[in-house]
Design a binder for this molecule. Structure first.
Ligand SMILES: *Cc1c(COP(=O)(O)O)cnc(C)c1O
Length: 478
């Protein structure tokens, strides 16, 4: 239930449970919910197998995903697959973890005999907050409130937030920038006045942000799932190594791949893909993490990040689980904006990780090339990964079967995707939905219902406030 440890660090598994290759192969006969239960029960020892199975079924088998396999694989070419993680209610990968996390939190609260309603508070630029609201929507005993900047978020994102359904969820527009809102949410989360007022309303605060271990645990599952599917379809033999290429921001998704490797998935390389904000590319190539750089806004906004919070968990393994050393690095990052892990640790990282980046021009070109060569539509985040894989192969001649992790539906970024495959004329005079219809016509790939519906849904979330009114507004909503 706690995001961070009392001394400000992150929780990590005390040890990594090993899964035998025969058990991995056997996953192929199981549903995604069953695969989830098999993996999660190795970590969540306070929960019974029955409890975990029931939770996994609620999350993945109640029709919230528009593909029953939740994380289907598509073959692009002889040695490349795409793992589609965007079949959930918000059409992006955070759904996979945020559909199950609320159930896990609720059960944890019950076991801890927490008295009040579990309450999550978040600042969002759209994507994560919406995924959290969908996860908590109408889940008894929980509440979820998200704040977002009134100006400066995308049209689709704004519609997704404003049309949110569920009696226990609240989206509040704030007249301030995302950073101001984020800072104020952090203040509220540690404010005694606020928590006692919340307690008066029967609410207890918890966190669902990307450093919550429950999200990482849920993300480990799909790496097992993909590997089992490749064995089952005869594309690889059990035990054969694969690469995963992951479009990376906060380092949560790729960290889960690394954990899956520690548990028995045979991984040759984990390829960390960044956009123009290439702080991680530079880290993996030099061993130096430095935020002394310009921040760019790009076509892959969910990767526009300079502080990758989950990297700390990998650093802990790189440091041979020497917490004091990680603390020292984190202290240097806070004070001086950079730290170096040294030659020996860098070599250790090189054993599994490599990295690359793609700017917007390369990203849009990759969308076009993949569409023309493989008739596959990619969103800009996925295209960053695909572009990095292409260059990696040219430079290394590594022919290992590779899985590109697809983190968002191309229809979430319909204007950029249509522009890249059909040019400037195609997007002229079209809004996001017009572009989506045109994309559907050209590609023959279905515009997901959960995005199409946004045009028709009524606006339900109307609360607006100033930065200083956030506490009162949320208390009133809750
Ligand atoms: C959050 C997000 C990412 C980055 O994932 P991390 O786990 O933060 O590295 C990539 N693509 C999309 C579409 C996302 O929403």
């Amino acid at each position: 239930m706690r995001g961070v440890t009392p001394d400000g660090g992150l929780f990590v598994p005390a040890m990594f449970p090993m899964v035998e290759m025969s058990e991995i192969s056997a996953l192929h006969n199981k549903s995604y919910a069953e695969r989830t239960a098999d993996i999660l029960k190795m970590y969540l020892e306070d929960f019974s197998s029955e409890e975990i199975a029931e939770i996994a079924s609620s999350a993945y088998e109640s029709g919230r995903f528009d593909d029953p396999s939740v994380a289907p694989l598509r073959k692009l070419d002889r040695s490349t697959w795409v793992m589609e993680l965007f079949h959930g209610p918000t059409a992006a990968f955070k759904d996979v973890a945020l559909q199950i996390l609320p159930y896990l939190l609720r059960l944890a609260a019950k076991k801890n005999a927490e008295a009040g309603e579990l309450t999550v508070l978040m600042a969002t630029t759209g994507d994560t907050g919406k995924a959290a609201m969908e996860g908590f929507r109408d889940l008894q005993g929980t509440r979820c409130a998200v704040f977002y900047p009134r100006k400066g978020i995308g049209e689709v994102q704004r519609l997704q937030l404003e049309t949110s359904e569920g009696s226990n969820i609240h989206a509040i527009a704030v007249d301030a920038s995302f950073d101001e809102i984020q800072n104020h949410v952090r203040e509220l989360l540690t404010s005694d006045t606020f928590s006692s007022k919340l307690a008066g309303k029967g609410c207890v605060l918890t966190s669902a942000n990307s450093i919550n271990f429950g999200r990482i645990a849920a993300q480990i599952v799909y790496y097992f799932s993909a590997y089992a599917d490749l064995i089952a379809s005869g594309e690889i033999v059990a035990g054969e190594q694969v690469n995963f290429v992951v479009p990376t921001g906060n380092f949560g998704n790729i960290l889960a791949a690394y954990y899956a490797g520690n548990m028995g998935i045979p991984i040759h390389r984990l390829i960390c893909a960044s956009n123009r904000n290439k702080v991680l590319t530079d880290f993996f190539s030099s061993g130096i993490y430095s935020v002394h750089r310009t921040f760019f806004t790009t076509k892959s906004p969910s990767m526009d990040i300079l502080f990758s919070s989950n990297l700390e968990r990998l650093l802990y393994e790189a440091a041979d689980r020497d917490g004091a050393l990680v603390s020292a690095w984190m202290g240097q990052l806070k004070e001086c904006g950079s730290f170096s892990v040294g030659e020996q640790r860098k070599e250790w990282l090189d054993g599994t990780f490599c990295s690359g980046c793609a700017d917007d021009r390369e990203t849009l070109k990759e969308i076009k090339d993949r569409f023309e060569q493989d008739h596959y539509l990619m969103d800009p985040h996925t295209a960053v990964a695909s572009s990095v894989l292409r260059r990696y192969r040219q430079e290394t001649s590594d022919d290992t079967p590779s899985i590109v992790v697809a983190t968002a539906s191309p229809y979430k970024f319909s204007e950029d995707v249509l522009f890249s495959i059909a040019g400037a004329d195609a997007i002229k005079d079209r809004d996001a939905f017009g572009c989506a219809s045109e994309l559907e016509r050209i590609s023959g790939m279905k515009f997901p219902e959960q995005l199409r519906r946004l045009q028709e849904l009524p606006v339900r979330q109307k609360a607006v406030c100033e930065i200083n009114g956030m506490m009162d507004t949320v208390l009133e909503a809750l």
